[in-house]
Design a protein around this ligand. Structure first.
Ligand code: ADP
Ligand code: ADP
Length: 228
């Protein structure tokens, strides 16, 4: 599903955030990305959805080299990758319904299908009854559930979450994890950067540890492995 070969990323300020990563992530996997702050986790994630391009090396998503992708094909890639952020990034003036529908309107889905799919994904995250609310009227956990609904609306093969529970209390974090596990159980590849030792050590999955821009550990059902 995702292959990186000797991938490097040096930013224009000269900082090398990713320094020779080789990795393969298969369809349907659930992968935690762990490591200290500044290790290169976010850069690794942004490289996957082509928010950043590698300065060296090759990234392949579903067999397609992203570097050779035409700019007009990038939206097609993004449609296949749902992204969830620590700070939710919902549109504040739109309702929950509209925030999710927006993801489908940009791909020009037909209105009947949009309505059906929005209610389906809101149901999956348990927020059908909040369709008319605006983000400010929701708790942090509810806002993150809307962001997840938006991320999966297009039925992507890959969901990437960059510290999705970073702003949430423990109870709420477990709710978010149950939803991500459910999405994974339905066949979606999930890649999640996290600083939560408790989550990683409780819901055992593949763990990739990044330090100074390289992978220093890659274990099935691994531990978080850092003191906090
Ligand atoms: P992490 O997510 O593990 O905290 P990042 O990928 O955010 O790591 O950062 C890795 C390194 O790259 C850090 O030194 C950071 O300051 C630097 N960095 C991240 N984003 C940028 C950017 N857009 N421009 C310049 N340097 C950046
Ligand atoms: P119900 O039959 O229980 O009303 P619906 O699936 O029709 O369930 O809708 C659930 C919620 O989503 C309701 O609050 C409804 O008003 C809202 N909703 C449905 N379609 C739209 C739309 N096109 N724009 C805004 N809100 C909508």
């Amino acid at each position: 599903m995702i292959t990186m070969k000797n991938v490097h990323k040096t930013y224009s300020n000269g900082v090398t955030a990713v320094n020779g990563i080789n990795v393969e992530i298969d369809r349907g996997e659930f992968v935690y990305i762990v490591g200290p702050s500044g290790a290169g986790k976010s850069t690794f994630i942004r490289l996957i959805y082509r928010e950043e391009k590698p300065t060296k090396g090759e990234i392949m998503i579903k067999g397609i080299k992203t570097a050779e992708m035409k700019n007009r094909d990038v939206p097609l890639l993004r449609r296949d990758i749902g992204v969830v952020f620590q700070d939710f990034k919902l549109l504040p003036k739109l309702t929950v319904y509209e925030n999710v529908a927006f993801a489908l309107e940009v791909i020009e889905e037909v209105p009947d299908k949009i309505r059906e799919r929005v209610m389906e994904v809101l149901d999956l995250v348990g927020l059908k009854n909040k369709a008319r609310s605006i983000p400010d009227e929701l708790s942090g956990g509810e806002q993150q559930r809307v962001a997840i609904a938006r991320a999966i609306a297009n039925r992507p093969n890959i969901v990437i979450a960059d510290e999705p529970t970073g702003n949430l209390d423990p109870d709420t974090s477990w709710t978010i994890m149950r939803i991500l596990e459910e999405i994974n159980a339905r066949g979606t590849t999930v890649i999640m950067a996290t600083h939560s030792q408790e989550i990683v050590n409780t819901i055992k999955k593949r763990v990739i540890a990044i330090e100074n821009g390289i992978i220093v550990r890659d274990e099935d059902r691994g531990d978080y492995g850092y003191e906090i």
